[in-house]
Design a protein around this ligand. Structure first.
Ligand code: NAD
Ligand code: ZN
Length: 245
């Protein structure tokens, strides 16, 4: 089926409201933040399995902080793109109930989205794994580069590393949103990371229409996706909002 007729089918589903979104790193690549699949980017220098696990942080926090500093640098100059903006517009028009994001880049909030469930946390706060002290982002910024706790150990941003659990509140809010939506937009995620990748399945089992937007098919595409819109998130989401008006 052509992209155009699929776009109008998707727009129809969105017009009914009660829409949720699940976003992944692919929604932010057009903002200059590489996903795990991008070539020649951050993740070639810092292999996620070596730098983004909780074991790695316990073992050698100074090493993991080299990756975190490179990531922070990218994030500080990144701006929301058309896909982030389109989701904010859908919420403003009362069609979108909320976003479950796997990203830690805070670009949905920067685009104006209000109901954002940060499934993998963010670096808006920091914790010391050794003495449990908590710091706001501002407090952590005053504690050196990389920031150290009063106890002398490295602080960890409240992002979920591989091997860590999902924050319970995010988990239960995401579960509720997935169960109650009538359509779910799945944007720029490979749906390989558990348990975030369960959200489209929960939504689908509850009868929601699954609309997937990705440059390439994923394993969802041939299983539960109802409408697959192949293309870049910025272009497709922009076209979707246009098709609504
Ligand atoms: P992923 O890297 O596994 O997959 C990204 C997906 O997005 C791929 O399927 C790719 O085809 C697609 N994609 C890439 N560019 C796109 C574009 N312009 N338009 C549409 N689709 C595009 O990402 P994931 O599924 O989110 O899982 C990786 C994990 O890494 C997540 O847990 C996330 O927390 C973390 N991560 C976050 C960021 C961020 O905060 N921006 C960046 C990298 C990784
Ligand atoms: Zn401490």
């Amino acid at each position: 089926m052509s992209l155009k007729s699929d776009l109008s089918k998707a727009a129809l589903a969105l017009k009914r409201g009660r829409v949720a979104a699940l976003t992944g790193a692919g929604i932010s690549t057009e903002s200059g933040i590489p996903d795990f699949r991008s070539r020649g980017g951050l993740w070639e220098r810092f292999a996620p399995e070596e730098y983004a696990t909780i074991e790695a942080f316990y073992r050698d926090p100074a090493k993991v902080w080299r990756m975190l500093e490179a990531m922070e640098k990218l994030l500080s100059s990144a701006n929301p793109n058309d896909a982030h903006k389109a989701l904010a517009t859908l919420e403003e028009r009362k069609l979108l109930d909320g976003i479950i994001t796997q990203n830690v880049d805070m670009l949905h909030q920067a685009a104006g989205s209000r109901r954002v469930i940060e499934f993998h946390g963010s670096s808006s706060a920091y914790t010391c794994l050794w003495c449990d002290a908590r710091y706001s982002r501002e407090e952590a910024e005053g504690r050196g580069n990389p920031p150290l706790c009063r106890c002398g150990r490295h602080l960890k941003p409240d992002v979920v590393f591989f091997g860590e659990g999902i924050p319970p509140e995010a988990m239960s809010m995401a579960d509720q949103l997935a169960k109650s939506c009538k359509a779910m937009l799945v944007v720029g995620t490979s749906a390989e990371v558990y348990p975030a990748n369960q959200m489209p399945h929960i939504a689908s089992r509850s009868g929601a229409t699954i609309i997937e937007i990705n440059l390439e098919p994923t394993h969802l595409t041939s299983s539960i996706t109802d409408i697959f819109l192949q293309g870049s998130a910025g272009e497709v989401m922009g076209a979707l909002v246009e098709a609504l008006s």
